[in-house]
Write a protein that binds this ligand. Structure first.
Ligand code: HAM
Length: 430
């Protein structure tokens, strides 16, 4: 036995899983095209300071950070948004807005490994940059719903909130941004009591504490109903009221367009990432306690990185978790069934003919393998069956003399001699 294994938290994807992962990624990529998002590829290694700036304490502490051989403090990216904001603040600075950017790839967080939580994971990520308007937020929600629908996922719902609601109250109370962030991190992890204790220590007013406690009790699916209650509770906090109105406008716009999905509106919902300024949301399915996707509006990040003041909204879909949810819901990737051909030379001196035939079939787009283990025809046929071949082609001297090969349909278990030049069509026309 080898002493080598994958490093804790890292995984190999075997063919079936790899296929599903790429299927999800490609579906997201197709969606990107449909919605006008252009793909960019950013580096896995970025400057630590860039990634750490607004990622929040939780992610900051879990970054794979190190000094490179040139002494630069770098880290493996824990998410894409910082890289995209960097691009927009620098190279894409003068590009006309809006910019719609898509990326997909692996990310790294030193999380405690458990179901759906890995140290290397994959996202497909969408950022819509340059618009402060609710229709941009609605596009991101719609696109996310579209992906879930196309994947065939059922019973999913969006947990929705707005950063402006809590920050509006805390800002009015004079709570400093760092302290606000500490509180948001506790709320993000549902450590409500801990968050409230920080507030008590900061000696915020009774009214502030009561308002936040009241908000924690509110959640529901009916927009008007829930947001009406929230508005009533925060009526003395101007920023919070406009946050609620903004959320209402985004949701109404989205649903007026005819899009349908379940929402759970939670005014005390917070996210660990510190750059969010507007709507925040996550997508859940009943089978998993962890979110499949997460996103929101971040209007200050690009400016913070030295760019022009540029509002933006985006979302990242966790490809690994989507695969888990598909497994739980017994959903198989919808991939076109293509023929798979194995070519078996019956005699050793027909090897080159087998290779030549394989080249011809591949030119016609037929997936073709050649028997390379020098097995007997019977063994090679058994193996082709095990590998899921739809057809085998037996290259035998007698038929070859007549310009033919034996094509065997592995499902019907029938075979016939076929002219060499007709072989690709015989396989493809079936
Ligand atoms: P996030 O909520 O940190 O947001 O991550 C988005 C998704 O990535 C999660 O919902 C989850 O599916 C997946 N994910 C996160 N951590 C792990 C992990 N350790 N193992 C497996 N999957 C994981 C962001 O990353 C933001 N950049 C999203 C965004 C884009 N906001 C605006 N634009």
């Amino acid at each position: 036995m080898s002493k080598f294994r994958t490093v804790r938290g890292m995984r190999d994807f075997l063919p079936e899983q790899a296929r599903t992962m790429r299927y999800i990624e490609n579906l997201a990529r197709e969606l990107a095209k449909l919605y006008g998002f252009k793909e960019v590829i950013t580096p896995v290694v970025e400057s630590y300071d860039l990634l750490a700036a607004k990622s929040g304490e939780e992610i900051r502490q879990r970054m794979y950070a190190f000094k490179d051989l040139g002494g630069r403090k770098v880290a493996l990216r824990p998410e894409f948004t910082a890289s995209i904001a960097r691009l927009v603040a620098t190279t894409l600075r003068n590009e006309p807005k809006p910019l719609r950017l898509f990326c997909a790839g692996s990310l790294y967080r030193y999380d405690e490994p458990q179901l759906g939580r890995y140290r290397e994971f994959w996202q497909s990520n969408f950022e819509l940059i340059g618009s402060k308007n609710p229709e941009a937020d609605a596009e991101i929600l719609t696109l996310t719903n579209d992906l879930m629908e196309r994947l065939g996922l059922k019973n999913y719902w969006f947990k929705v909130g707005h950063m402006g609601i809590l920050r509006g109250i805390l800002g009015e109370e004079g709570v400093k941004e760092e302290d606000q962030n500490l509180i948001m991190q506790r709320f993000d992890k549902k450590l409500w009591e801990e968050g409230l204790k920080i507030l008590e220590k900061l000696k915020v007013s009774r009214k502030c504490l009561e308002t936040i406690k009241n908000l924690m009790k509110i959640h529901g699916t009916k927009i008007e109903d829930v947001l009406g209650k929230v508005k009533e509770k925060v009526k003395d906090y101007e920023v919070s009221v406009s946050a609620v109105e903004n959320l209402e406008e985004i949701l109404n716009l989205t649903f007026e367009s005819g899009v349908k999905f379940e929402v759970s509106i939670e005014p005390a919902f917070a996210r660990g990432l510190e750059y969010y300024t507007g709507i925040i949301f996550e997508v859940f399915t009943p089978e998993l306690e962890i979110a499949l996707s997460g996103g929101g509006r971040y209007d200050k990040l690009i400016e913070l990185f030295g760019g022009e003041p540029t509002p933006a909204v985006g979302v990242a879909h966790g490809i690994d978790r989507i695969m888990l949810a598909m497994e739980k819901q017994k959903i198989k990737p919808k991939l076109p069934e293509k023929p798979l051909v194995v070519i078996i030379p019956i005699e050793e001196d027909l090897k080159s003919k087998a290779l030549e035939l394989a080249i011809q079939l591949r030119k016609k787009g037929v997936c073709t393998e050649v028997e390379v283990m020098r097995r007997t025809a019977t063994r090679a046929l058994q193996d082709a069956d095990r590998r899921g071949a739809t057809h085998t082609v037996l290259v035998a001297p007698k038929e070859l003399k007549e310009g033919k090969v034996v094509l065997r349909d592995m499902q019907l278990r029938e075979q016939k001699a076929v002219d060499l030049e007709k072989l690709p069509n015989e396989i493809l026309d079936e």
